[in-house]
Ligand binder design. Structure first.
Ligand SMILES: *[C@@H]1O[C@H](CO)[C@@H](O)[C@H](O)[C@H]1NC(C)=O
Ligand SMILES: *[C@@H]1O[C@H](CO)[C@@H](O)[C@H](O)[C@H]1NC(C)=O
Ligand SMILES: *[C@@H]1O[C@H](CO)[C@@H](O)[C@H](O)[C@H]1NC(C)=O
Length: 201
């Protein structure tokens, strides 16, 4: 019974480790731009120029119709990137293209409620152009990044059924589940030892 729980915990951990949306095709299309479109008209114009649809038919990251034009911040919050990538539902944060993970994902450092105007709690990544607050935050950071020495926040996040775990966190989870298993096994062994002791008396 306890052993079953431990095993299923390991299976859950394993699924986090292996689930990965890395899209090498998107990496080929990344381009830094001065600003992102903020109206549907501008968005469509830029999307046509970027021509993601032609690549959509040959890429192998996602279904053809989900491989779309994006203009979003990078993981360091100091640049705007135009990229063709699989669209993705974003929960509660601004959207970034993570250049290490080659993936469109939430930018956890900028929560929707923290930007002005705030973004929607759930939206399709291709609609991120609607959320001016996110882009303004990057504009404000652009100059700071020039003097900022440590470059943090470059971790890749993996989202599975609404549970968000950064890669560095995955190691922590593996470690925690190992500790938990050790504790459970120790308790089991002790209990077995105790019941043997009682039966001898
Ligand atoms: C998009 O790319 C395809 C294939 O490279 C090309 O035939 C087409 O003319 C391009 N369209 C635009 C609008 O650039
Ligand atoms: C997808 O395409 C990339 C680039 O051509 C290739 O390296 C990769 O092996 C492909 N993956 C699958 C699952 O076919
Ligand atoms: C911030 O950057 C913009 C353009 O990159 C520049 O025009 C502006 O003067 C900079 N502001 C400061 C305070 O450095």
């Amino acid at each position: 019974m306890h052993l079953k729980l431990v095993i299923s915990a390991f299976v859950v951990v394993e699924s986090f480790v292996t689930s990965d949306r890395f899209c090498s095709w998107s990496k080929e299309t990344v381009e830094s731009v001065i600003a992102c479109p903020q109206t549907i008209y501008e968005w469509e114009k830029r999307a046509r120029l970027k021509n993601c649809t032609s690549l959509a038919f040959i890429q192998n990251c996602t279904e053809t119709i989900k491989f779309k034009y994006h203009c979003v911040m990078n993981e360091l919050e100091d640049a705007f990137l135009e990229v063709c990538a699989p669209e993705y539902y974003i929960l509660g944060a601004c959207t970034e293209y993570n250049t290490f993970g080659a993936v469109i994902q939430p930018h956890y450092r900028l929560k929707c409620s923290d930007v002005n105007p705030p973004c929607a709690e759930r939206y399709l990544s291709t609609d991120s152009y609607l959320y001016e607050g996110c882009y303004n935050a990057v504009k404000n950071n652009k100059n700071m990044s020039l003097t900022e020495m440590p470059q943090t926040g470059s971790s890749v996040n993996i989202q599975t059924d609404g549970v968000r775990i950064p890669v560095s966190g995955k190691i922590t989870i593996v470690f925690i589940s190992m500790v938990v298993s050790a504790v459970v096994i120790t308790l089991l062994v002790r209990r077995l030892g105790k019941s043997k002791y009682h039966s001898h008396r």
